[in-house]
Design a protein around this ligand. Sequence first.
Ligand SMILES: Cc1cc2nc3c(=O)[nH]c(=O)nc-3n(C[C@H](O)[C@H](O)[C@H](O)COP(=O)(O)OP(=O)(O)OC[C@H]3O[C@@H](n4cnc5c(N)ncnc54)[C@H](O)[C@@H]3O)c2cc1C
Length: 429
Amino acid sequence: MINYKEAYAIIGAGPSGLAMARNFQKYNIPYLGFEKHSSVGGLWDVNNPNSTVYQSAHLISSKRMTEFAEFPMKDEVADYPSHQELCSYFNDFADHFNLRQNFKFNTSVEKITKQIDSTWVLQTTNETYHFKGIVIANGNLSEPNIPRFKGHFSNDLIHSKAYKNPDMLKDKRVLVVGAGNSGCDIVIDAVHHAQLVDISVRRGYHFVPKYIFGKPADTIGGKFQLPSSIKQLVDRGLLNIMIGKPSRFGFPKPDHKLYESHPIVNSLILHYIGHGDIGVKTDIEKLNNTFVVFKDGSTKEYDLILLATGYKLHYPFIDKKHLNLKGNTPHLFLNIFPPNEAHLYFIGLLEAIGLGWQGRYEQGALIAKTILAQHKNTKGYQKLMECILKNRADLTGGINYLKLDRMAYYVNKHVYLKKMKHFQAMVAL
Ligand SMILES: Cc1cc2nc3c(=O)[nH]c(=O)nc-3n(C[C@H](O)[C@H](O)[C@H](O)COP(=O)(O)OP(=O)(O)OC[C@H]3O[C@@H](n4cnc5c(N)ncnc54)[C@H](O)[C@@H]3O)c2cc1C
């Protein structure tokens, strides 16, 4: 057993793992990171077998709303950079702060086990370590969520995780299932490569273009903050004026208000639907050899079904009893702290509009400050422990998020960042 009993392990060297490492470095907390892949960047490194990006993937939030505040992206980088740019950015970040030396690459964490004294034993494929605590930063978009369908499809059926470039679409009749951000990107790739492409949707979505008034959409309004209910109305009104109602393009009417689910940030999908290059289909009723039967009774033949049906949380290396699961989602205070676990933390287990990597960085800062406060057993730390045990924090900002698995860890950016600052200050007292 390799003794790191005074140090903390980080699982993963994606944006969240790097944010954690940088904070440990800043606050002089000893750590060792583990990364399955040979380098940093997480899913933004298309060569990482865990990666879920594809040739045409770009940021959905704009660079200034997404970057680490202490390491801005270069001015010459596009507003919505490609995955290659982002992979370079994370490599530069790791080099600039000299973070690589504290990571073990090509090393998968297979198991972590809590000890009687609340320290943790961590097993990789070929070594065993003893750590004081663990930070889980293994990402939440790598384990495919594959729906079950009635019937059988005899042509190709794949999940979008396996989609890397449009070659596999060439001259095929393609059905993309799901209009999330990846689904919409892939459907647009298909316009240029497939023989025909349709998109099957279960519910209506709100679409936001990447630019409004010539500026990245997420920068509109600047630091000016409206109450959530007014912002929902104002922004929906603005979108109605600019692009109209999505139902005009054949999508179902959304069953939720703007921001109650993650909006689709895409300027092209409605454009191509308007040109007749993409067909919109209802939910799938069943599969029948090479045909798909849709819920509206229509039937169509396809060569390839591409499931852009998202991802599910996956923690194969830890006993579920430590996760305080509600459904499939760990129920954690501030999406970071499991109750009854003094030395276990999560970073990056959250989704939000516009929280970016700085949001993950603030989580890292809170974890680091909590560890320092724990060593000194400050009053603030004791207060935090009480809050963790109660495990109640409203992170919605009054928005009634859809009750879906993927929305269970969704937070309101402004509320969340305020909480991060509040608890960072509190633990130090
Ligand atoms: C197409 C697409 C577009 C996106 N656009 C945006 C956007 O515009 N803005 C935004 O903020 N977010 C966006 N995201 C979300 C994205 O998840 C985050 O930007 C970010 O990558 C999350 O970082 P992470 O470190 O939490 O997870 P990941 O990037 O998934 O990194 C996790 C790392 O952990 C490693 N790992 C996993 N398990 C183990 C193990 N057992 N042992 C060792 N290592 C392990 C993996 O190899 C990986 O390197 C997008 C995602 C996709 C797929």
